[in-house]
Design a protein around this ligand. Sequence first.
Ligand code: BGC
Length: 520
Amino acid sequence: MPAVGGIPTGPGREYPGNLTPYVLVTCIVAAMGGLIFGYDIGISGGVTSMDPFLRKFFPKVYRSKHDESSSNQYCQYNSETLTMFTSSLYLAALLSSLVASTVTRKLGRKPSMLLGGLLFFAGALLNGFAQAVWMLIVGRILLGFGIGFANQSVPLYLSETAPYKYRGALNIGFQLSITVGILVANVLNYFFAKIDGGWGWRLSLGGAIVPAIILTGGSLFLPDTPNSLIERGNMEDAREKLKRIRGLENVDEEFNDLVMASELSKKVEHPWRNLLQRKYRPHIAVATLIPFFQQFTGINVIMFYAPVLFNTIGFGDDASLMSSVITGLVNVIATLVSIYGVDKWGRRFLFLEGGAQMLICQVIVAACIGAKFGIDGNPGELPKWYAIVVVLFICIYVAAFAWSWGPLGWLVPSEVFPLEIRSAAQSINVSVNMVFTFVVAQVFLNMLCHLKFGLFLFFAFFVVVMTIYIYYFLPETKNIPIEEMNQVWRSHWFWAKFMTEEFSDGNVEMLKGGQALKNV
Ligand code: BGC
């Protein structure tokens, strides 16, 4: 029986398998999925701080930004349509991820990825050539639909194709490619904003076409996963594909386990109703609270609106875009720290350390902005050291998020759900994340206008609550094989009383290793 956070017990069973060209192409295509998601997160803030873009689509915001007589900096960007431009994508992603789970199951992972790629392509095209606000918003909605399909199918494809022992690293690899996407968006915004004639924003928005083409092309070339073929009854095809993917002639052991896992998952008749049972309370808590808290760290205020925020606190346009390149870079580097440390130091350590670090930074940033901008949002002259201090603490905050709640917000839910509720619980996790991403994107500019510097204290409050939740209610899952995860809950001081005896061990033996491939 594994102790919580105890000695590594290793996976239940290890299948042979090489890093074949198939696996490599899969990783590249999967990276494109993450890249596009990140690109969309990072691109809109920079674009909405570009004057030619504002003048064309949001003249009211443009006027308020340049209105010398209005000195309230907190409210200069407060516009419903501007917010809608950013947030519509997440609402669309939420809706389509509900449809995508059925398409992915019934038609296979490949058609879902293909659809995702095509929708991205159409959305990027519409945005790049936009002539009116509706084209921008419809474009963002198409991109959102694309994200729903890609975020559902790509990680699934990845975990079903990757050799067992690389699965964990690839999981955070997906987050890494999101952060790279954000960084690429920040860097491109910085350069495109300088283009004479002021049409650089078209390149920024249209640029998503490149990864969209790679994702579309890649999904045409890649085979569907053996798991998915088995699920749809194509046994022989599935065996052949598994041989090709693994680069081996004898794949019997893994193949048989996959078939067994598929049979077993078919027996689960009501995954959604199952979720309501008492023994799944700890899992429901994870599936809802972790994504909720992840968004209430306030990270997307920085990711979506960094240039707008930096502009608000007195930076020029160029310095604002540059500062978001810096935060984007910190985000990528700190994610690497997480990849390095997650199995060494454990999830809880990263969560707790990250929480404390974020809290300190939020309080300092609130104090800095409050001291200079006060309640009326009128800063007067801003000294240089001031800008440096604010950017520095925002960077330390982003680093804390990027090695804690960023990757762990996705990794921990994906590893704690038992098979019989895995896909349903994972859908909840993704949907809750999208809902609150939408909420934060939608209300931020308005909240900044009303809560002013207190906005940072608002998120700081949630960071305190989530850190308490982690401390008392989240057990360590480092080095615990997925199939043995229930032991962790059973020995937990609080959750143990929800765990009934019949739970978990029945199907575990025959699922060892094989079913873990179904993990998303
Ligand atoms: C979050 C995104 C966020 C990104 C920042 C992800 O884990 O889900 O909402 O923008 O991290 O790197």
